[in-house]
Design a protein around this ligand. Structure first.
Ligand code: ZN
Length: 139
């Protein structure tokens, strides 16, 4: 897609700190990292989000993320890695090209804001009704 920053990165029109590439996938360091090693894994074929990405590309992105997370483990020895993927401007997706964030938390590093929220039990009846609606809509 012409005006897409990530498509330009894939084509080399915008420089990036590449960590991995194969026929379907490109991965590079986020230049506004939440933590050291914050990596983005994207499909080479433009798709905006999880609603649009093909099964083949989705599989490739996630298989590549496994290779990369193993490398992150070896190099940075994190105490955990959050995998985050946003779909839509309403949840703060900024670049409208599917991307999976791999966000390591290093020993002694601050809690990751994306993986820290208050756990409190919801309305069980409402949860049950929503689950039934979603389950019935799955194709
Ligand atoms: Zn794109």
């Amino acid at each position: 897609m012409e005006d897409c920053i990530f498509c330009k990165i894939i084509k080399g029109e915008i420089p990036s700190f590449k960590v991995y590439e194969d026929d379907y996938v490109f991965a590079f360091e986020d230049i506004s990292p939440i933590s050291e090693g914050h990596t983005l894994v994207i499909p080479k074929k433009h798709a905006q989000n999880l609603w649009e990405i093909t099964d083949e590309d989705l599989t490739a992105v996630h298989l590549a993320s496994k290779k990369i997370i193993n490398a992150i483990n070896n190099v940075l020895n994190p105490i955990g890695v959050a995998c985050l993927q946003l779909n839509g401007r309403g949840v703060n997706q900024v670049v409208m090209h599917y991307h999976l964030h791999l966000i390591p938390r290093l020993k002694g590093g601050p809690e990751l804001p994306v993986s820290s929220w208050e756990l409190k039990q919801g309305d069980m009846e409402a949860i049950k009704q929503t689950a039934e609606k979603i389950a019935a809509a799955i194709k």
